[in-house]
Design a protein around this ligand. Structure first.
Ligand code: XUL
Ligand code: CO
Length: 437
């Protein structure tokens, strides 16, 4: 059964190609820095946007036209699962990610819901046998159902907390059964609107207990995948607990959970937190917690999570710069947590949008590799901090100084000379590299 008959396998045709259904930069087998592009980029499709996204917004209903329109319930879920494989295979995308509730509908009771999920997971597992497509990560949707109105693992209602635990337990089992390489916790409604009704201390402690139970259960079922936390500063709640990389690191360290989790960094969440995408990737990298990436972009003029396909070459270049310096994403990947705009409603737009994102990251990879090869930025930074390699700077780095010895030094050294930071010169080097590669 084919769902996307109008599109055949997307091929690399090179940057001179004008075929919108061809890659201009993504050449899966091309070797960059000792790895193929496919291995470096580890692209992934997000089930919730590409297969279930309807295009609805607060002002109107869905617009998307899809091959499975008219189907419902379990039949619809099965069709979408099969369509996912065809879509990934046609685009040469090696992974997809899912929430429990995107792949399967809910039943009347938790037991019935679990049984429906099992049925769909079996369909995915069966189709997977004849495909190279794998699961990057699974997760639980702990935010759509009205029961999560006050949160899930940070709810004021212990019955909701228990339900959320049962749901994560099942989603971890499903992810493990499909050979998922990671499991993600995005905060959903873990946050609050007002302290007038919130016990933040209890909610934080409960959240940590919940994550500890998840760690224990992953061990118990032998799930070897990486556990990831996806920071986001706001939306749906005003104050999301997992605000950004720094906040999550502080939380994990407070509760002794830091060795079990890495970060799944989303570009649009970084910008909502007032950071650049590169800042979040860089901070995670230097702390050894850069796990995976939700590849998308926001809109500079809008203050919410627009989840657009990533096409900004500066962002993809600087992201790949961090990823190469991280030695790749290891078990993580570049998951397109992105949706075509509401006006791009035809099935073929799904192909155009993924091609746009894949080419933007492939180009970013090539430019970043070139920047690292020339060493222009690295050398500049190295030289800029040269004062810490000899004399007083070396003593500081080696921990041999205290305030008194530094005062002695400063009293004798009253001629301080600073050098230019050369920001514009470096920005021009980046531009030249983007244009040349
Ligand atoms: C929400 C978001 C989620 C997570 C998975 O902003 O990014 O889709 O990626 O729950
Ligand atoms: Co995301």
């Amino acid at each position: 059964m084919a769902f996307f008959n109008e599109v055949s396998k997307i091929r690399y045709e090179g940057k001179e190609s004008r075929n919108p259904l061809a890659f201009k930069y993504y050449n899966p087998e091309e070797v960059i820095n000792g790895k193929t592009m496919k291995e470096y980029l580890r692209f992934s499709v997000a089930f919730w946007h590409t297969l279930t996204g309807s295009g609805s917004d607060p002002f109107g209903s869905g617009t998307m036209q899809r091959p499975w329109d008219g189907k419902a319930g379990i039949e619809l879920a099965k069709e979408r699962a099969l369509a996912m494989f065809e879509f990934c295979e046609k685009l040469d995308i090696p992974f997809f990610c899912f929430h429990d509730r995107d792949v399967a509908p809910e039943g009347e009771t938790l037991a019935e819901t679990n049984q429906i999920l099992d049925e769909i997971i079996a369909v995915i597992a069966e189709r997977k046998k004849s495909s190279d497509v794998k699961i990057l990560w699974g997760t639980a949707n702990l935010f759509s159902n009205p029961r999560f109105v006050h949160g899930a693992a940070t709810s004021c209602n212990a019955d909701v907390y228990a339900y959320a635990a049962a749901q994560v337990k099942k989603a971890m089992e499903a992810t493990a059964a499909l050979g998922g390489e990671n499991y993600v916790f995005w905060g959903g409604r873990e946050g609050y609107e007002t302290l007038l009704n919130t016990d933040m201390q209890l909610e934080s402690d409960n959240f940590a207990r919940f994550l500890q139970m998840a760690v224990d259960y992953a061990k118990e079922i032998g799930f070897k995948g990486q556990l990831l936390i996806e920071p986001k500063p706001k939306e749906p709640t005003k104050h999301q607990y997992d605000f950004d990389v720094a906040t999550v690191m502080g939380f994990l360290r407070k509760y002794g959970l830091e060795s079990y989790f890495k970060m799944n960094i989303e570009a649009n969440h970084a910008t909502l937190a007032g950071h650049s995408f590169q800042h979040e990737l860089h901070l995670a990298r230097i702390n050894g917690v850069l796990g995976s990436v939700d590849a998308n972009q926001g809109d500079a003029l809008l203050g919410w999570d627009t989840d657009q396909f990533p096409t900004n070459l500066y962002d993809t270049t600087l992201a790949m710069y961090e990823i190469i310096k991280n030695g790749g994403l290891h078990s993580g990947g570049l998951n397109f947590d992105a949706k075509p705009r509401r006006g791009s409603f035809e099935p073929i737009d799904l192909f155009y949008s993924h091609i746009a994102g894949m080419d933007a990251f492939a180009k970013g990879l090539k430019v970043a590799a070139k920047l690292l090869e020339t060493g222009d930025l690295e050398n500049f930074i190295n030289e800029r901090y040269g004062s810490f390699r000899y004399g007083i700077g070396k003593d500081i780095v080696e921990g041999k100084t205290d305030f008194k010895s530094l005062e002695q030094y400063a009293l004798k050294n009253d001629r301080i000379i600073n050098a230019s930071g050369r920001q514009e010169m470096l920005e021009a080097i980046l531009n030249r590299c983007i244009l040349e590669v």
